[in-house]
Design a protein around this ligand. Structure first.
Ligand SMILES: Cc1ncc(COP(=O)(O)O)c(C=O)c1O
Length: 373
């Protein structure tokens, strides 16, 4: 129950997602000071338990910001004004990479701009030839605007074959924690996620993995950075009792530590499997209701959300409203799909029963709207 006695909506959104009670309680204790052993122990737990989530043996940096801030920080840390980067723009968040780069005076070469298709490695290969001065390729693992699954492993391999020195930067904000990610094995240079999605905690904290190649780029990069400085964060978490530069959102650190304990208790493989099953159920359930995917030809779909086209003559806002009245909150379409689609998030603490309830409510709402027309 919420504080006003009303049952909370079932959050079937791609963030913020439902925060489990155990996680809520972990953050709801009397404040602890961030320069204490007690806090350091929790931060150390977060850093340690995040390593397998990112698939890295190195420390993952806590960055006090939302997902977008962590991506912006990556631009500031690794580049100088005038640098060129290649950006895979097959969704709103691929486009976000390009616009962040441009706001800092970089030139972004946009490729794979068709939102209906996953990133095409052949196009990546062509761009590498066409832009020999480019220093990085940026892409999303899952783009939350379409539900695409981009094959980061293959893209990274393609880049490495041609340009061993080039950075591969991945926005994993809506996927890391819900889908397997192998930062070290794939050879990725930067990847970020945020607390409010697969990590089932409150919004406001992000995490970034950085490769040796990226640290070396950071040492040469000239863009100004202070709050965003990854090296300063690395120095603080490298202390015997890890700390952060400045005051972190203590309660969210405590929440994420508990959320990660929960994920490891379940077992990461099981967590990923649960997400894959939920995605399968959501896609099939929508089809059984006569609905089509927002982008039916993506080639590969992520496990964390399903984007569905509203049926002809039904406004997505009416559909979402009907579902909300029945207790289930979904997300609207993004960008070019704003008026034609809606999105069901199934990540973090969400279970298959929640997907079933959502499909049930979707069926009831469709029946009502079709009858009403
Ligand atoms: C893939 C992706 N990247 C970046 C962001 C931006 O994250 P935030 O809203 O935490 O700044 C989002 C948010 O939905 C996202 O889904």
């Amino acid at each position: 129950m919420t504080t006003n006695g009303v049952a909370p909506l079932l959050l079937m959104t791609p963030g913020p997602t439902r925060v489990p009670d155990r996680v809520l309680r972990a953050g709801a204790r009397p404040m602890i000071h961030h320069r204490t052993r007690e806090f350091s122990a929790e931060l150390a737990t977060v850093i340690e338990l995040l390593k397998p989530v990112f698939g890295t043996g190195s420390a993952v940096l806590p960055v006090h910001t939302t997902g977008r801030g962590a991506l912006e920080a990556a631009i500031c840390n690794f580049f100088s004004a005038g640098d060129e980067i290649i950006v895979c723009c097959n969704g709103k968040f691929g486009e976000l990479w390009a616009s962040l780069a441009e706001s800092y005076g970089l030139t972004a070469h946009r490729i794979c701009t068709d939102w209906k298709k996953r990133v095409d490695v052949i196009e990546v290969g062509r761009a590498l030839e066409a832009h020999p001065a480019a220093r990085a390729v940026a892409l999303t693992y899952s783009d939350t605007s379409t539900g695409v699954f981009n094959d980061v492993a293959t893209v990274t391999r393609t880049v490495r074959m041609v340009r061993p020195d080039m950075l591969v930067m991945v926005d994993g904000v809506s996927s890391i924690g819900g889908m397997p990610f192998s930062f070290d094995t794939w050879g990725v240079d930067f990847a970020a996620t945020a607390s409010q999605k697969c990590l089932m905690s409150s919004p406001g904290l992000s995490f970034a993995a950085v490769s040796e190649r990226a640290w070396s780029a950071a040492s040469r990069a000239k863009l100004p950075r202070n709050y965003w400085d990854f090296a300063a964060i690395r120095a603080e978490i490298g202390k015997e009792c890890p700390e952060t530069p400045g005051t972190p959102p203590v309660d969210i650190v405590l929440q994420v530590a508990e959320a990660l304990r929960l994920m490891h208790e379940e077992g990461l493989d099981r967590v990923f499997q649960r997400h894959a099953q939920m995605a399968e159920r959501a896609r099939r359930g929508a089809e059984e209701l006569g609905l089509t995917q927002q982008c039916p030809d993506l080639g590969a779909y992520c496990s964390t959300l399903t984007a569905i086209a509203a049926p002809a003559g039904v406004a997505p806002k009416d559909l979402r409203n009907g579902m909300r009245i029945r207790g289930v909150l979904t997300a609207g379409g993004l960008g070019k799909y704003k008026d034609t689609a809606f999105r069901i998030g199934h990540m973090g603490d969400i279970r298959i029963e929640d997907v079933d309830r959502t499909l049930q409510v979707l069926a009831e709402t469709l029946a009502e709207l079709r009858v009403a027309r």
